[in-house]
Design a protein around this ligand. Structure first.
Ligand SMILES: C[S@@+](CC[C@H](N)C(=O)[O-])C[C@H]1O[C@@H](n2cnc3c(N)ncnc32)[C@H](O)[C@@H]1O
Length: 301
């Protein structure tokens, strides 16, 4: 499936291509952690940034950013990632306090939730990403002697291929409720891979399972190519997000799930900014304007 040529081939680790975006999120989480009013805390994040040759010189605290909060990348955009981390942390923890005992992090990148959140004792966390990204993650975490707070199963596989066998071979139980997360992932995948992913999550999910994911609803991503957020990310750290995003028309994944009987709610990030009293708000020429966070529940039989 999903044989379309894609910009994230070639570089396998965190040194470039889409893998480098995992370091961008880690830097943002480090900055968030070191704020006086963090929305989320990730003590591992700065270690990833400091260990990777590709992120030499990147800040891990706001005091290292000469223009501070006014910097579109390390100010507003980093805070966006801090807010997103908090909202998805809360969703995952709520899900495991209810039915789910299996957590699947799709495109896990340098997500350290297995190590930093308090999971119920019988929880299993599956982390799917490409091999090079997971290898870098393990090198850093092993160096810190970090211990996961739940059983953790890394699954090195490309989500454009058929990843179901890898997940079920790793012990995922289709009869037990699960919670799934696709954070900062879907817009890098070809349209067909996103549809396959959503269909597959539905197929593998027992009643009582939940899923949350991020999408971009923009009709034309290039509309915001001159936005402060995209231009600062390219100029300051050399990540051209628009070149990494898949620019085919996107599937309606929230609608697809609703059609399969899931109950779904769709929020803007700004809804949560208002809820938490901090985070990004809308602005002119805003690359975040089309971002939506979708929360879905599969009814119990
Ligand atoms: C922006 S990072 C987000 C990482 C993580 N979810 C987080 O929020 O910290 C995007 C991640 O998606 C992964 N990714 C992108 N395309 C992928 C693919 N085809 N298969 C597996 N992982 C992929 C990248 O390797 C990267 O780790």
């Amino acid at each position: 499936m999903a044989g379309a040529a894609h910009r994230n081939t070639g570089v396998e680790g965190v040194d470039g291509g889409v893998g480098l975006t995992a370091l961008l999120v880690a830097a943002a989480r480090a900055i968030e952690t070191n704020r006086h009013d963090p929305l989320a805390r990730d003590v591992y994040a700065e270690h990833f940034v400091l260990a990777a040759p590709a992120s030499v010189g990147w800040p891990v605290r706001m005091q290292q950013v000469p223009d501070g909060e006014a910097n579109p990348l390390w100010g507003r955009f980093a805070r966006y990632f801090g807010l997103r981390t908090r909202v998805f942390d809360d969703f995952l923890l709520r899900s495991v306090r209810e039915d789910a005992r299996q957590v699947v992090l799709l495109g896990a990148g340098l997500d350290s939730r297995a190590f930093r959140l308090d999971w119920p004792p019988d929880c299993v966390i599956f982390e799917i990403d490409r091999e090079g990204v997971l290898a870098f993650k393990h090198e850093v975490l092993d160096g810190l002697s970090a211990a996961p707070k739940a059983a953790r199963v890394p699954i090195p596989v490309d989500l454009r291929a058929d990843w179901v066998g890898a997940l079920t071979d790793a012990g995922f139980d289709t009869a037990a409720p699960s919670v799934w997360l696709a954070e900062g992932l879907l817009f890098y995948l070809p349209n067909t891979a996103e549809t396959y992913l959503i269909d597959t999550v539905d197929r593998l999910s027992a009643g009582g399972s939940t899923l949350t994911f991020e999408v971009k609803l923009d009709k034309d991503l290039l509309e915001y190519r001159d936005s402060p957020l995209y231009t600062s990310t390219t100029q300051q750290i050399g990540i051209d997000l628009l070149a990494l995003f898949d620019r085919e028309p996107r599937p309606d994944s929230a609608g697809n799930l609703a059609g399969k009987g899931w109950s779904t709610t769709v929020h803007t990030p700004f809804d949560f900014t208002r809820h938490h009293g901090r985070g990004p708000l809308p602005e002119q020429n805003d690359a975040l304007a089309g971002n939506r966070w979708v929360f879905a529940n599969k009814p119990r039989p």
